[in-house]
Design a protein around this ligand. Structure first.
Ligand SMILES: [Zn+2]
Length: 230
């Protein structure tokens, strides 16, 4: 079952408006997959900020998966809005043609200059990212506590004020979650100062591993460099 078919299950009951749900869903789902299929290398570089190495074989596997999902969805949308299946095959075929025509070569993250000063500034960046993640985590906890307080104390306030306060707290909570997720993503995508790849690897763990997934640079270097400074 393709993404398109899964999303199709949520479409509106019947009539013309019934097309709206799957169409909107299709327009959201399709472009990223078609982009990944047609320009796999460029797309992967953007998504991973060039911090993950990919072999030619891996890129081809991802491309084929994206092609099945992307071209399948293009065909599915066109068929659903009433295009005869053989005509719907044409755009899907164009996507396949450009996908298979891409000149694929492996992705190698740029290697940083090997200098103690570069390592030092890289680890400083790591602490900065870690601290801003922790700060945004505190913001999330504060927003959460505020919501509980408003729920507890707010009962005595007029209803309109209660709704207003609750809405403000809810917005603060969503903003804090967004900021925290972004900071976490930046911290976890931090590049190893020795090999230039993402320290925690492609799929990674929630916390940074004890050594670089790609070159084995230990995290002890962090303390070795930090101690003389602090
Ligand atoms: Zn490394």
């Amino acid at each position: 079952m393709t993404c398109w078919q899964i999303l199709f299950l949520f479409k509106f009951p019947s009539g013309q408006i019934g097309y709206l749900g799957p169409l909107l869903a299709g327009f959201v789902v399709c472009p990223p997959w078609v982009w990944l299929a047609v320009q796999t290398k460029q797309c992967l570089q953007v998504i991973t900020s060039r911090s993950i190495p990919f072999t030619k074989r891996k890129i081809w596997l991802i491309k084929i998966l994206a092609l099945i999902v992307g071209a399948g969805n293009v065909w599915g949308i066109l068929a659903e809005i009433g295009t005869p299946w053989f005509l719907a095959m044409v755009p899907a075929g164009i996507v396949a043609y450009f996908s298979l025509g891409e000149d694929v070569s492996e992705i190698v993250p740029p290697k940083p200059i090997q200098d103690p000063a570069v390592h030092q500034s890289a680890w400083r960046e790591y602490w900065r990212l870690r601290d801003s993640y922790k700060r945004s985590g505190l913001g999330f906890v504060a927003a959460f506590i505020l919501i509980i307080l408003v729920r507890l104390v707010g009962a005595k306030l007029p209803e309109s004020l209660q709704i207003g306060l609750f809405a403000i707290c809810l917005v603060a909570l969503f903003v804090s979650i967004a900021v925290m997720s972004f900071n976490q993503w930046k911290w976890l995508r931090w590049r190893c100062p020795r090999c230039g790849c993402s320290f925690r690897g492609a799929w990674g763990r929630l916390w940074l591993p004890k050594k670089c997934v790609y070159c084995g640079l230990p995290r002890e270097e962090e303390n070795a460099i930090r101690s003389p400074i602090s």
